[in-house]
Design a protein around this ligand. Structure first.
Ligand SMILES: [Ca+2]
Ligand SMILES: [Ca+2]
Length: 317
């Protein structure tokens, strides 16, 4: 995307540890090749953006992030398309305020790193994916991460085939993987996390739910069931991050799929637990960790009934 008027002045060309240059190609909406699968593509509007985004300036509520909006390309009904605007919107939604600088997408990794924001090649949900190639680079929001692929959402600027909002699955082995991930404010949703002050041989572990909170992993068998299914982590984090970004949801346990009692099989005993917690926030039966035990959890349990459990992707993308 292009934000020609917004190139920041005179950043020195110092190399920053962790920042990679343009090595990978930018994927486009509708792409189905090269390890990229299009999950959603809206060539004109914002239906694939998610998180309530609709391409209007008012969504920024006066935040400085809204300064990106004016540089977008025209969308329907006075809206604008712009990859940096969309990334800014998601960061604002996650509570990350305007950092006081603006730049084209190809400058975001360098600019962030120069201000002590971690930049590397490790995707985490909530981080910003960044490509340095093309005329002005590209940025996207990381929605989901597994050990084999990532899911990103972005809004493209340029006219033609790639205009519009899109959600893409990109295999980690793909040449279209982002060059960098910028960790402004990761949410860790779906991942396993631990505390860096925990000195026990078997550290306490949690899975971060779609509700943005930590849910306790009650046994090593559940832990390995999650890891073996491609759930990423553990990310070992300081208490400042655990307490402020992903607070504990007391009394709620993470399960591996529909196996709510952790005995390695999904059957009537698990169904009984789910029924007993129906309509509540749940202790053991909130399978998709969204804060409520309801038909979505039942649907997962039923799909695994009579089988060994399989971990669900959180958030589902
Ligand atoms: Ca069971
Ligand atoms: Ca649920």
């Amino acid at each position: 995307m292009v934000v020609a008027a917004m190139v920041s002045p005179a950043f020195t060309a110092t190399a920053h540890a962790g920042v990679a240059g343009a090595t990978h190609s930018i994927p486009w909406g509708g792409q189905t090749t090269g390890g990229v699968t299009t999950l959603c593509h809206d060539a004109a509007g914002f239906s694939c953006a998610g998180a309530g985004y609709n391409g209007t300036l008012s969504e920024f509520g006066g935040s400085g992030w809204g300064s990106y909006w004016s540089y977008g390309s025209p969308g329907p009904n006075g809206t604008k398309h712009n990859c940096t605007t969309y990334a800014a919107y998601r960061l604002l939604r996650n509570g990350y305020g305007f950092p006081g600088w603006t730049d084209n997408a190809n400058g975001w990794a360098r600019d962030a790193a120069s201000r002590n924001v971690l930049v590397d090649q490790n995707p985490i949900v909530g981080s910003i994916a960044q490509w340095s190639g093309g005329s002005s680079g590209h940025v996207a929001y990381v929605e989901a991460v597994t050990s084999t692929y990532i899911v990103i959402t972005s809004d493209n600027f340029s006219s033609g085939a790639s205009l519009g909002t899109n959600r893409l699955r990109i295999q980690r082995t793909s040449n279209y993987m982002p060059d960098n991930f910028i960790h402004f404010r990761d949410t860790y949703i779906g991942a396993i996390v631990q505390w860096n002050g925990d000195t026990k041989a078997q550290k306490t572990a949690w899975r971060v739910g779609a509700d943005g909170r930590r849910h306790w992993i009650p046994s090593t068998s559940v832990y390995w069931c999650l890891v073996n299914a491609g759930v990423v982590g553990p990310y070992v984090l300081p208490s400042t991050v655990l307490d402020t970004v992903i607070p504990d949801r007391n009394g709620s346990w993470a399960s591996c799929g529909g196996d709510l009692n952790g005995d390695g099989i999904v059957n009537v005993q698990d169904l009984s637990i789910l029924e007993s917690e129906w309509g509540t926030s749940g202790q053991r039966a909130d399978i998709n960790l969204d804060g409520i035990v309801n038909v979505f959890d039942l649907s997962i349990l039923e799909s695994q009934y009579g089988k060994a459990p399989t971990a669900v992707l959180i958030p589902a993308s």
